[in-house]
Design a protein around this ligand. Sequence first.
Ligand code: AMP
Length: 189
Amino acid sequence: MNLVIFGAPGCGKGTQSERLIDRFGFYHISTGELLRDHIARQTELGIIAEKYISQGHLIPDELMLSIIDVLLDSPEVKDKNIIFDGFPRTVKQAEELEKLLVKRGGNVDAVIGLEVPDGELVERLIKRGKDSGRADDNLDTIKERLEVYHNQTQPLRDFYNERGSYKAINGSQSIDKIADDIAAIISAL
Ligand code: AMP
């Protein structure tokens, strides 16, 4: 099974992914975490990614897609149930993900959309910045990331709605209630 956990920065994708790993044993692919790990190690990819991430911009589709392509064939990911967290983020990435999965005999089974109003997202991200120290959780970069989300990522709602795989969840509820709503969707698949 391949799930996408979808929504704006700060909507709770990471928190809910952790719950899903504990409850259902998914393999978690968080492209944001993967890139931050490369930045911390100052790899070639990390040095390139840092420039985009610090400005709140997306890294180029081709680069992101080649990373996912390689990752899907790695022994730790192969044949696992996967949660994609923070990917896909553009229509191009969604189209290519579909091809990458079909090639391997799979598909995107459901896209769980955590829907949270912008004002609440900004508050959450500023709070997270204080706790996590993430360089991109400052007000200017947060505003840019939300704009990028609305322009480039939100259109994926229609993309997956047309395919019947988009499942909206009220992301303003308690963490436990959201986790239960997601579990109910997965159980019904
Ligand atoms: P996240 O932790 O998912 O909020 O991602 C942090 C940052 O990493 C984003 O603001 C982007 O700069 C970059 N990033 C993460 N995932 C992607 C992706 N699928 N495509 C392009 N850039 C990404």
